[in-house]
Design a protein. Structure first.
Length: 129
């Protein structure tokens, strides 16, 4: 399964300029701890989790395991369809990274749980289209 599907129609029409109401870096910097290099599946799991959370926050389409609430009966705007398609593309990337990490650690409960959540999210997003 590839994650490079090319440009997503309508995504370029969305407003891209959004500035936080306040400077967020001081709070983030204060909570950062020195990193310990552990290797293994952790970098893949973190990347997949960050990607999934970023998409959910930006798209505001609900929690990862949320079932679509009769939204398929509502007409979607072109912008909404573009956001959903972008999130599907990102979840495919997260799925690929999780599967790669699982090849190294197939019995990891955390990775298997993340993969199940990503797969459920993909089903929910496809149901919205």
């Amino acid at each position: 399964m590839t994650t490079d599907e090319g440009p997503i129609s309508g995504l370029d029409r969305l407003p891209m300029r959004r500035v936080p109401e306040r400077d967020l870096w001081p709070g983030i910097d204060a909570r950062l701890k020195p990193r310990v290099r552990r290797g293994g599946w952790l970098p893949f799991a973190l990347a997949a989790g960050v990607a999934a959370l970023s998409v959910l926050t930006v798209a505001r389409l609900g929690p990862p395991a949320a079932a679509p609430m009769a939204a398929s009966a509502l007409p979607l705007t072109a912008d909404a369809r573009a956001i959903i398609k972008a999130e599907i593309s990102m979840t495919r990337g997260a799925e690929a990274r999780l599967r790669q990490a699982l090849r190294k650690d197939p019995d990891s409960p955390a990775l298997n749980s993340l993969l199940a959540q990503v797969e459920q999210r993909q089903r929910s997003l496809h149901a919205l289209l």
